[in-house]
Structures are given as structure tokens and as C-alpha cells.
Design a protein around this ligand. Structure first.
Ligand code: PXL
Length: 276
């Protein structure tokens, strides 16, 4: 069985980061080791959340793993709480990375043209440095703009996306996959580029008109889980995009209308079927 290490926060209530990555990747048949960067009472879209920062614990925890000679087939990072934690993530890549370890980075920090409340431009620049160490990065358009000093545009054409992908490749990641790319009315999806060959791939599905927290985490967890199950990049991202859209549709049917996260628990059977 493949083993993934995921480094991100625990938001106790709110369905995002580790409370999505752990159940989803485990259900996909991949061992999931967690390194929590912080414990929050809820994710940061709630008012008045509490935070227990765990920065000081990260190196002692990974030092212990080092003694246990543990190997990770992938390291997947998501929301990291601070610039200091980004530097620690880099160290962990150096300690546990290598030929047989896929480094998958979701540089969670912004959306819809804006940085999340906890972050500033210094954080965005550090995240760009972290992305340079990755095999695969999956920023949305806003995150890509902050990392590459590009003007964020609500409406754009394919050339704008290709330009962003080239700038992301220049950061150093082997494969850059932009998420939330909409190239025609009613559609959305991913657009990827291989740094070395310049080869691109694109997948578009029907846009669901609803925004939910944690959908990026669901998408990334499925993509990295599917890669560990041996799927190709194209298939892994297609399944991740389709399943995320399906899960949003399912959530919209819920009469309780949860606003803070998606009902990913309801769509596991479909995900496992899609994996084959
Ligand atoms: O879903 C990304 C995410 C993860 N963790 C925390 C967040 C967010 C997005 O805002 O606040 C704590």
C-alpha cells in the first residue's frame, strides 16, 4: 500500500484540509500520515475561531519518523499557517523527498483575486519558493497570479492561461496544473503544463454555480490519491474535477443547506467506482 504524508491544519469543524484529506485519501486505499500545522476550532471563514499553532512540534515529530526510517510515496502540502511553516515544509521535502517521493503542493492562500485573511505578499512569495521544489503544483488562478506577479483577471483567454503556466513552470515545479480555468461559458476545469516538454493538457466539465469551502482540498486529495493508485495525470485530474463537481451538486440537494463545507461523505461510493 502506498503511503502519503499530508501537511496542513486541522480545522476541527468546517470540513477542509486534514478533515478532508485523511478520510478521502484513506478511503482511496492509500495510507495517510498527517502532520498537523495547527489546530483551529473552525476554518477561517467562521467568525471568532481559535488557533493552536503547532510550528514548534513539526520538527520533533518528523525527527521521530526519521528514526523510524519511514518512507513516503508522496508528500502533499495544503494550507500552511505561516512563512515559517513553509520553510519547515521545505526541510521536510529535503529530509524525506527523493526519486520515489512525489511532492504535490496545493499552495492554498487565496481565491477570487484575494489572499485569505491570514496571509500577505511575503507569504505568497515564500509559497512560490516552495512550489519550485514540487513535482506537481495545483494553484488556482488567483494563487498563480500572486506567486508570479501577474495581474488577476476575472475574464481571460487561453493565452493568459498559457502565459501563467509558463511563469509557474519558471518557478521550478515539474508540472503545473491550474485549477478553476474556464475557457467557455458554463464550463470549468484544469489546464496543465509539463515544464520540460511544454506539453499541455486540458480538462473541462460543467460548472456548478456554487462556491464551497474545502472543494480545493477535496480536489487535491482525490488527485494525489488517484496518482498513488497508479492513474495517469490526465485521468487523476479528470476524476478529481468530476468528483468535486458531483459532490457540490450533491451538497446543493441537502435540505439543511450547509454553507461551510461539502457533503463529501455522501459521494464516496461514486468516487470508489470511478477509481475502478
Ligand atoms: O480549504 C482551505 C483552508 C484550509 N484550512 C483553513 C482555511 C482554509 C481556507 O480558508 O481557513 C484553516
Amino acid at each position: 500500500m502506498k503511503r502519503i504524508l499530508t501537511i496542513q491544519d486541522i480545522s476541527c469543524l468546517g470540513k477542509c484540509s486534514i478533515t478532508i484529506a485523511l478520510p478521502v485519501i484513506s478511503a482511496m486505499g492509500v495510507e495517510t500520515v498527517i502532520l498537523p500545522t495547527a489546530v483551529l476550532s473552525t476554518h477561517t471563514m467562521f467568525q471568532g475561531f481559535t488557533v493552536r499553532d503547532l510550528t514548534e512540534d513539526l520538527i520533533p515529530i518528523t525527527d521521530h519518523w526519521k528514526k523510524e526510517k519511514v518512507h513516503f510515496d508522496a508528500i502533499y502540502t495544503g494550507y500552511l499557517g505561516s512563512a515559517e511553516e513553509i520553510e519547515i515544509a521545505k526541510k521536510i521535502f529535503d529530509e524525506f523527498g527523493g526519486e520515489d517521493t512525489l511532492i504535490f503542493i496545493d499552495p492554498v492562500m487565496a481565491d477570487n483575486g484575494k489572499l485569505y485573511p491570514a496571509f500577505d505578499m511575503n507569504y505568497a512569495k515564500r509559497n512560490a519558493g516552495l512550489c519550485g521544489k514540487a513535482d506537481i503544483i495545483v494553484p488556482n488562478i488567483t494563487e498563480a497570479c500572486f506567486m508570479t506577479d501577474t495581474e488577476y483577471k476575472e475574464s481571460y483567454d487561453e493565452n493568459y492561461i498559457l502565459d501563467l503556466l509558463k511563469k509557474l513552470s519558471a518557478l521550478g515545479a515539474k508540472k503545473s496544473v491550474l485549477t478553476g480555468v474556464s475557457l467557455s461559458e458554463g464550463k470549468t476545469g484544469v489546464y496543465g503544463m509539463d515544464r520540460d516538454t511544454g506539453k499541455t493538457f486540458i480538462y473541462q466539465n460543467d460548472r456548478v454555480d456554487a462556491q464551497y469551502h474545502g472543494t480545493g482540498d477535496l480536489f487535491s486529495s482525490i488527485a494525489v490519491g488517484a496518482l498513488m493508485r497508479g492513474l495517469s495525470m490526465e485521468d487523476a485530474f479528470r476524476i478529481a474535477a468530476d468528483h468535486t463537481a458531483d459532490t457540490i451538486r450533491e451538497t446543493l440537494k441537502n435540505p439543511e443547506k450547509p454553507w461551510y463545507g461539502v457533503d463529501f461523505e455522501a459521494t464516496f461510493p461514486k468516487l470508489l467506482k470511478a477509481l475502478g
